[in-house]
Design a protein around this ligand. Structure first.
Ligand SMILES: Nc1ncnc2c1ncn2[C@@H]1O[C@H](COP(=O)(O)OP(=O)(O)OP(=O)(O)O)[C@@H](O)[C@H]1O
Length: 223
């Protein structure tokens, strides 16, 4: 379980996140929604341990984000908004490169299967020859190499075609339901959020998304 206790974050005295508290149980997919600049990426970065909150505490199972950062990192898969892959290398070489950095070992066949699960079959192609959507699929595949328990996805499906998005959505649902993964997911696509997420957290003063999602029958927690 992820337990977020009253976290706040300010940049140069400007408060972006203001005392957020919530919990996410194993097996849940939680959507993170809000207007541009509301603080969604900031919150994901904090949960991914790549940024520290100004105040507040976070726990993952029995571990505390302040004291057990290294252990927690092993369990987190993070897909930031910016694509971070090697353009000159092939899909295979990228997967092998990132597998070497991962603490869990995978065979080439397993790495290839992760790509196939993400609907990416261009194993031998250099990344520079892939489309934007295919690069996003590779980014997602890389985040899954070490079998993370917590998946933090920052607009992971931007530019991915609808059919692949549905298939990736089904894959994520299966990961949550059958393997108890925690998935926190930002998107500006409300249809996707409505379809995929069990619950939604909205951030920001604008109540537009809160109203929209409540009308659609979603459970919404607003900050
Ligand atoms: N390192 C930083 N230093 C200063 N300000 C920052 C920093 N990172 C983010 N911000 C500011 O914090 C606010 C929230 O940014 P964030 O990227 O978290 O928003 P977001 O909800 O993810 O937006 P989007 O939907 O556009 O991706 C913005 O005003 C942004 O300019």
């Amino acid at each position: 379980m992820l337990n977020i206790e009253s976290i706040s974050k300010s940049f140069q005295r400007k408060r972006i996140l203001d005392h957020l508290s919530f919990q996410v149980e194993a097996g849940e997919i939680v959507g993170l929604v809000g207007e541009n600049g509301a603080g969604k990426s900031t919150l994901l970065n904090i949960l991914a341990t790549t940024m520290k909150p100004s105040s507040g505490d976070i726990y993952f199972n029995e571990w505390n984000y302040r004291k057990d950062r290294k252990t927690i990192r092993k369990h987190i898969g993070f897909v930031p908004q910016d694509i971070a892959i090697w353009e000159q290398l092939t899909v295979e070489e990228n997967m092998v490169f990132f597998e070497k950095l991962a603490w869990k070992k995978k065979s080439k066949q397993q790495l290839k299967q992760i790509c196939l699960d993400m609907r990416l079959d261009r194993w031998h192609d250099p990344v520079k020859n892939l489309s934007g959507g295919m690069k996003r699929k590779l980014n997602l595949a890389i985040s899954l190499i070490h079998d993370p328990t917590v998946l933090l996805l920052d607009e992971p499906t931007v530019g991915i075609d609808l059919k692949s998005r549905k298939e990736i959505g089904a894959y994520l649902r299966k990961q949550a339901t059958e393997n108890g993964k925690i998935i926190i997911y930002t998107s500006h696509d409300m249809d996707e959020i409505k379809e995929l997420c069990d619950r939604v957290i909205t951030i920001g003063e604008d109540r537009f998304y809160t109203e929209l999602l409540k009308e659609a029958g979603k459970k919404v927690l607003s900050f």
